[in-house]
Write a protein that binds this ligand. Sequence first.
Ligand code: ATP
Ligand code: MG
Length: 333
Amino acid sequence: MTRVFSGIQPTGHLTLGNYLGAMRRWAEVDQHRSDALFCIVDLHALTVDHDPARVCRLSRQAATLLLATGLDPEVCTAFMQSHVDEHTRLSYLLECVATDGEMRRMIQYKEKAARERERGGSVRLSLLTYPVLMAADILAYGADEVPVGHDQAQHVELTRDLAVRFNQRYGHTFVVPKVTLPAVAARVMNLQDPTKKMGKSDESGAAGVVYLLDEPDVVRKKVMRAVTDSGQEVVYDRETRPGLANLLEILAACTDGNPESLASVYDSYGALKKDTAEAVVEVLRPVQARHRELCADPTYVEGVLRDGAEKARAMARPIVDTAYRAIGLLPPV
Ligand code: ATP
Ligand code: MG
């Protein structure tokens, strides 16, 4: 059976981008057609300036929201990255296979490092090595597929390179995974600046970010205020009309439609925004309702994470142990 792995960082409140780009597919499709693992990748949240209490709170919230989107712990494995030591054990071996040049070429590293410097902070070494830990997250489980948004495609490509290199040098150890992207909304853009990705940790762009737990009226306000492009006609063109294209993609993703055909349905920006706002409100409604129920039962979420970590550990340990032997480390007696 195909094994699927994906993760989400507790770096901020989860967004519509996270949902349409990744989480919705995990719940609706991936968990049912495969042997799937979904992870709150909390160690990755330590790669930038953070408040420890907030990371802890956001981790719990992300886990609750993952279950609220419909992940079924009877069907898939949901767990916290920091509860399974195999991720960091394997990450070190992969650091011995990766090069510093390939780390510095990662787009996300360049963007996030620039953001940290702008804030007057320093860049943590772990921000540079983050893609190696992400490769370990995936390779430790022998995952065949990694369903993510477009911004993570480069990191999955690196994971493939590291797996192939390790296998060539030390003998076949890892499955070489492939990325899967959603048909639409693989890159949801910020509503106030459609040239930049909607991201949960980018506080400077928060007005253009729809959060999964935003009240319906807040969602409506944010969508109605979305920056659109000059011109009157509703057309779908990501290059020249990025604001409009973003709204059309969000509407298409929420209604299982197609952005090009939706463009021909509308003759005003106002009507498009109104329908998009309502479609987003409707998509978020059941997630928010289930989230409220789950918040009333925190021991359930804790139990899911405990069982998930146990299952995940049992899957990862033999693969990581094989890698330790393959690279030349003496097994403990
Ligand atoms: P951060 O700003 O901390 O990097 P993020 O919003 O990018 O947060 P991640 O935890 O890095 O979220 O990513 C979780 C998943 O959501 C990944 O699969 C990523 O590709 C996807 N994703 C994130 N933002 C978007 C977006 N704007 N559109 C589509 N998919 C997205
Ligand atoms: Mg990200």
